[in-house]
Design a protein around this ligand. Structure first.
Ligand code: TXA
Ligand code: MG
Length: 335
């Protein structure tokens, strides 16, 4: 199969929606990362997503919608969900809500909840308006860094899907915040573009243990995605916590062949090995935007081991830290 890449626009949206309604898979841009979309109500199309990604069947998909009527078609939302939707949609927040039986089991991995999000990217919104609700995981092969531009998605999906809609680079750069919505509080399952502080303006937020800690092998994950090594380049990643000076001295002591650093752009020239910039120092938004393309860049440049300078965990920084921790398989060096 030849994979076409079409620039976002009416023509591309119509072709994308036609393919989706016919049960095919399409790469779509969102404000977080590119998604691998299929008609959420077509079980065979949804199963094809798992095959194209090489994704374990027990990891549920997020359903993308364009209005609240679609949320009500798919789920039974508590009052708090409407309040959060009003505040954060369209945008990078996924709410897991009690599902209705119309949602195929393969979408939710048979969980009693369905993850729902209304993306703000105009191309995603336009395609959903034409196609209906779309199940879409990130558009990478399972385990790899998520794609934040059409070229990175093509690198993973070339020959596996008929079309990718190119909407440019993603503004947020890390995936949506995933929360379990309860009656009067929420539980954070995955940090993302909407921050804990933003959510706390509306209700209490409990941060699930799986966000910053490795789950015991026999523990039941609140979100199945927590169990897997994720977001990882081919190189091994080690997360390093410490000052700029301590990080540089540590890299001098390491002196390995194929050693790369991932660090804020202001610090790269100070380091004793090849370094790929990870946004600007102390700027969580720019670090999130740069993260996944930077991890892919390390592979392109032949890195064997990537030493990543741990970012601050404030704001969207918590999401950047969480992705690096998983890319590192929880290997952290504290200096
Ligand atoms: O920003 C995003 O969320 C992107 C774009 C494409 O929208 N999508 C994305 O999907 O990151 P994916 O499949 O790569 O990650 C979805 C995460 C997984 O960790 C999955 O386990 C979790 O959300 N999830 C989905 N449905 C869930 C549910 N019902 N209960 C708990 N966790 C759920
Ligand atoms: Mg993913």
């Amino acid at each position: 199969m030849k994979t076409q890449v079409l620039a976002a626009g009416e023509d591309a949206f119509r072709q994308a929606a036609g393919l989706l309604r016919a049960g095919k898979l399409v790469g779509i841009p969102t404000e977080t990362v590119y998604g691998l979309a299929a008609d959420a109500l077509n079980p065979q199309a949804v199963l094809d997503i798992f095959a194209a990604k090489g994704r374990p069947a027990d990891n549920p998909l997020i359903v993308h919608i364009c209005d609240l009527a679609q949320m009500e078609q798919l789920a039974n939302p508590p009052a708090l969900a409407y309040e959060l939707a009003n505040a954060f949609w369209p945008g990078p927040l996924t709410m897991t809500l009690p599902r209705k039986s119309i949602v195929p089991d393969c979408v939710t991995a048979s969980l009693p909840t369905v993850g729902i999000r209304m993306p703000s990217h105009p191309a995603a919104a336009a395609i959903i308006r034409l196609s209906g609700p779309l199940a879409a995981p990130s558009g990478n092969r399972s385990g790899s860094p998520s794609p934040t531009n059409a070229g990175d998605m093509l690198a993973d999906m070339d020959g596996r899907i008929p079309l990718i809609v190119d909407g440019g680079s993603c503004g947020v750069g890390v995936e949506s915040t995933v929360i379990l919505v309860q009656e009067d509080r929420v539980r954070l399952l995955r940090p993302g573009g909407v921050t804990v502080d933003q959510l706390r303006q509306f209700c209490p937020v409990e941060v699930d243990d799986g966000v910053l800690h490795q789950l015991a092998p026999d523990a039941r994950a609140a979100s199945p995605g927590m169990k897997y090594r994720h977001y990882a380049p081919k190189a091994s990643v080690i997360l390093v916590e410490g000052s700029t000076d301590a990080f540089r001295d540590y890299l001098v002591s390491v002196q390995e062949e194929g050693c790369f650093a991932l660090a804020p752009e202001e610090e790269c020239s100070l380091l004793p090995c090849p370094a790929v910039p990870l946004g600007r120092k102390g700027d969580d938004l720019s670090q999130a935007q740069a993260l996944f393309a930077a991890l892919r860049e390390c592979d392109r440049r032949g890195a064997k081991t990537v030493y990543a300078r741990a970012p601050h965990r404030d704001g969207v920084g918590l999401a950047v830290y969480n992705r690096l921790l998983r890319a590192a398989g929880f290997q952290v060096v504290k200096l």
